[in-house]
Structures are given as structure tokens and as C-alpha cells.
Design a protein around this ligand. Structure first.
Ligand code: GDP
Ligand code: IMO
Ligand code: MG
Length: 422
């Protein structure tokens, strides 16, 4: 069984936690897009792990993790992540981690350009993670990027790096940004390359053989549907295909080998960074932040919070082909007396039942709400579906039905055991 897992909102839906749960039934876990802009949190007992580039499956012994061709890799940051995992007692070897030789490499000028563009945009900024993701995918599309296979070939890397360094320093200079020192860069990247070389392989062929052997593959989505470069709230998006199709292009596993798509969504909505969020609500933001929740796992920024938006998740079900839903953070609504769900948008005197393509129209959308009675009791102790209050079960089933997919997982806390499989 090959499963694609995607975020059905704006990222941070709790994918890391659900991946960890689903990894139990998988042999291989694959990241297929994005880079270290992602932050996936997994709790195992008292220990907290935040994964950025390495698939969350790495925390389960005996599973193979793959960083696919569609991912962009900051080699220095990846080495830091490997070291961090070692410190936490997680063994990472070429036996349990494989890195695609055709993934593109992030350089310091990508990060600097990312930052420069944000400053120049001023109020229109995207609110990126400043990890250089956009400029790296830009170079990939412009066919001037360097790939992992170039990085690990020392002679070729030295030659191509100088060429890329020169061009990018000219651009940085024109923007008035600090130049990158060639020698320091070369030293740092060749050291990272030496460390990563044993992990680098042809992951496309490996995954092909694995599907032929009938192994179970889990495709770990990063970001969320509305950060997708094609289907998201452009330009307030990331630079990769975060939707289900990205799992195929980003791994080389074809669509007819995929068996199901699982969508992960929160029982409410969050977004980090700029861009429209029709159901944003100061009350629910304050409530969650006061509980110490909803701060970004990568940048630490407070996430913007709002009511559940069923127009958004229905769109996500459409473009991803979501079969099954995992709803997380149910417990975040435990104290709310009346819970609102957006079922349409008012624009002028029109009511829309879908997301408008025009971002300026989307920014003007006023939610049309349906109200649900809250359950006003703690759910974090629930272990079986029957343990949940009636109002809570009704709410979860209703938002799943509005989204248009089957509810199969309900989560009431960050821990593994706070997960109900329906
Ligand atoms: P991801 O990027 O989709 O993997 O999500 P993040 O890890 O960035 O953010 C989700 C946050 O919610 C993390 O801190 C998780 O530990 C936490 N989380 C996931 N599911 C639940 C849940 O059901 N209840 C609570 N309280 N926290 C959850
Ligand atoms: P996970 O995998 C939430 C957001 C940024 C910004 C926009 C573009 O943890 O769900 P980028 O640095 O990618 O160019 O930023 O996308 N963003 C995320 N928001 N979760 C993420 O990943 C995100 N990765 C990027 O905040 O709005
Ligand atoms: Mg996250």
C-alpha cells in the first residue's frame, strides 16, 4: 500500500505526528518536495523531535527514509540535522537514509536573495522562512541549479561552484547585499559533501525496485495545499507542489502506483506568514497562544489562527483526491462554547462556495459561518472514539463530511497514544 500524505490547509496541520503514527505500517518514508522550510514535530514519550528535511519516519527503527529528487537540500543545515538526531540518540546511517542525487542544492546566495526580495516587497512580502527555498527552485526552473550529484563530485563541484558564485555575487552586489566569500563557501560545502556522500544514491531506481517488491511506501508531504505553487494562494505560497501530484514528480514513483491519499487538517485553521486567511480570529488566536500553542516549528513565529474553513478543505480534497482524513488538535477547541465553521464566502452580495482564483477577491472574502455547540470538556485523555463527547464527535464528523472524505484518524494531543484510528 503506497500512501500520499498531504496537508489540507496552510501547513503545520500535524503531519509529523500523523506520519509517525502511519510509519508503523510503512517500510519506507519519502520526502518529495520543499526543503528545511518545513518543521515537523514528533513527540515520543517525553522527547520532542523537530524534523526539517529528514523524513519523520527516521524515528522508527527499521524504516528506510528517502529524501527524493523534488526536495531542495541545504547541505550544511542537513548535516546539522543529522548531528542533532545523533545527539538525541537516533542513529542515521546509509541503511536508513538515502538522499537523491538529483535533488537541488541550496546556497547562501539563495538565502540572501530570499531575504532581499522580502525586504524589497515591503508590505507585500510573503513572510518566507528565509531558507532560500524560492530562489533555489527558481534556479532549478531556470536550469542553472547545482544538484547533489554535482556537490559530491569534488572536481566538478569546484568548477561549477566558481561559475555560480561569480554570477550570484554580481547579483548580490547590484542589490547592495553582502558578498559571499568563495574560499569559506567551498570549504564548508566540500566538508558537508564528504559527510553526505555515503547517503547519496539513485533513489528513483531504489523506489522502483521497492514498489516491485510490494513494500509499503509513505510519501510525507511538507507545507500544505494552499502553499502549493500552482494551487495555493499565489503569490503567498512556497515554491513547490505541495499537493498529491508532487509526490510523484518528486520521487519518480508514477501515479498508477499510488493507492490512497490521506489529508491532514487541524480542527481549526492556522497560517504562518502573510496572505489572506478569511477565518482569522483574534479570540481563537489569543486562546491558543495563551496555551503556549501555535508557534512555528521552524521560525518560532506565532501562527495566525482562525475557525475551520470547509471551503478551503473541500478544495484541498478536490485537488489532492483525498480519500481519508486525519483531524488533529481537536483538543484546542475544548473550552470554546460555540464553534464556527466557514461554509461559504460573501463577496459583495454574492455567496461563493469555492475559493476564487483572484487573490484580491479572496482577500475580500467574508466568511459565512455555521455554528456548532462546543463540548467544553477536556478531550486529551480520550483513547477511543467513544471516549469523545457527543458534540465533539458530531463536530469532527461534520467537518469531514463538509470536506468530502472519510474520517479515519482523530488526534487529541501531540503524543502517539493520543490518536484514535477509526
Ligand atoms: P507539521 O508541520 O504538519 O508536521 O506540524 P507542526 O509540527 O509544525 O505543528 C503541529 C503542532 O501540533 C506540533 O507542535 C504538534 O506536536 C502538535 N500536535 C499535533 N497533533 C496534535 C493534537 O492533536 N493536539 C495537540 N495539542 N497538539 C498536536
Ligand atoms: P510544514 O511542512 C507552514 C510558508 C512560509 C511563507 C510561505 C513561503 O511544517 O507544514 P518559503 O520559506 O517556503 O518560501 O515560505 O510558506 N511555509 C510554511 N508554513 N508550514 C510549513 O511547513 C511551511 N513552509 C513554508 O511561512 O508563508
Ligand atoms: Mg510545521
Amino acid at each position: 500500500m503506497n500512501t500520499i500524505l498531504v496537508g489540507a490547509q496552510w501547513g503545520d496541520e500535524g503531519k509529523g505526528k500523523i506520519i509517525d503514527v502511519l510509519t508503523e505500517q510503512a517500510d519506507i518514508v519519502v520526502r518529495t518536495q520543499g526543503g528545511n522550510n518545513a518543521g515537523h514535530t514528533v513527540y515520543i514519550g517525553p522527547k520532542k523531535y523537530v524534523l526539517h528535511l529528514i523524513p519523520s519516519g527516521i524515528l522508527r527503527p527499521g524504516k528506510v527514509c528517502v529524501v527524493g529528487n523534488g526536495v531542495v537540500i541545504d547541505p550544511v543545515s542537513l548535516v546539522g540535522e543529522l548531528d542533532g538526531l545523533e545527539k538525541l540518540g537516533v542513529g542515521v546511517t546509509p541503511e536508513n537514509l538515502q538522499i537523491s542525487e538529483t535533488a537541488h542544492v541550496v546556497f547562501p546566495w539563495h538565502r540572501e536573495l530570499d531575504a532581499q526580495r522580502e525586504v524589497r516587497k515591503g508590505h507585500g512580502r510573503i513572510g518566507t522562512t528565509k531558507r532560500g527555498i524560492g530562489p533555489t527552485y527558481g534556479d532549478k526552473a531556470a536550469r542553472v541549479g547545482l544538484r547533489v550529484i554535482d556537490l559530491i563530485n569534488e572536481a566538478r563541484f569546484t568548477e561549477r561552484l566558481r561559475e555560480r558564485w561569480k554570477e550570484n555575487n554580481d547579483v548580490l552586489q547590484a542589490l547592495g547585499a553582502p558578498a559571499v566569500d568563495y574560499d569559506a563557501l567551498h570549504r564548508e560545502y566540500t566538508a558537508a559533501a564528504a559527510r553526505l556522500r555515503p547517503f547519496v544514491t539513485n533513489t528513483v531506481v531504489y523506489l522502483h525496485h521497492s514498489t516491485q517488491r510490494g513494500l509499503n511506501i509513505l510519501f510525507e508531504g511538507a507545507q500544505g495545499t494552499f502553499l502549493d505553487i500552482d494551487h495555493g494562494t499565489y503569490p503567498y505560497v512556497t515554491s513547490s507542489n505541495t499537493t498529491a501530484g508532487g509526490a510523484c514528480t518528486g520521487s519518480g514513483v508514477p501515479p498508477n502506483r499510488m493507492d490512497r491519499v490521506v489529508g491532514v487538517m487541524k480542527a481549526y485553521t492556522t497560517r504562518v506568514g502573510e496572505g489572506p486567511l478569511p477565518t482569522e480570529d483574534a479570540g481563537i488566536s489569543d486562546l491558543l497562544h495563551a496555551l503556549g500553542r501555535e508557534f512555528g516549528a521552524t521560525t518560532g513565529r506565532p501562527r495566525r489562527c482562525g475557525w475551520f474553513d470547509a471551503v478551503v478543505t473541500r478544495h484541498a480534497a478536490m485537488v489532492n483526491g483525498i480519500d481519508e482524513l486525519a483531524i488533529t488538535n481537536t483538543d484546542g477547541l475544548d473550552t470554546v462554547p460555540v464553534i464556527k465553521v466557514c461554509v461559504g464566502y460573501k463577496v459583495g452580495d454574492q455567496v461563493l462556495r469555492h475559493i476564487p482564483s483572484d487573490i484580491e477577491v479572496f482577500a475580500r472574502c467574508v466568511p459565512v459561518y455555521e455554528e456548532f455547540p462546543g463540548w467544553q470538556s477536556p478531550t486529551d485523555g480520550a483513547r477511543r472514539w467513544e471516549d469523545l463527547p457527543v458534540n465533539c464527535r458530531h463536530y469532527l464528523l461534520s467537518i469531514a463530511q463538509m470536506t468530502g472524505a472519510r474520517l479515519t484518524i482523530a488526534s487529541v494531543g501531540p503524543a502517539r497514544e493520543q490518536t484514535m484510528l477509526l
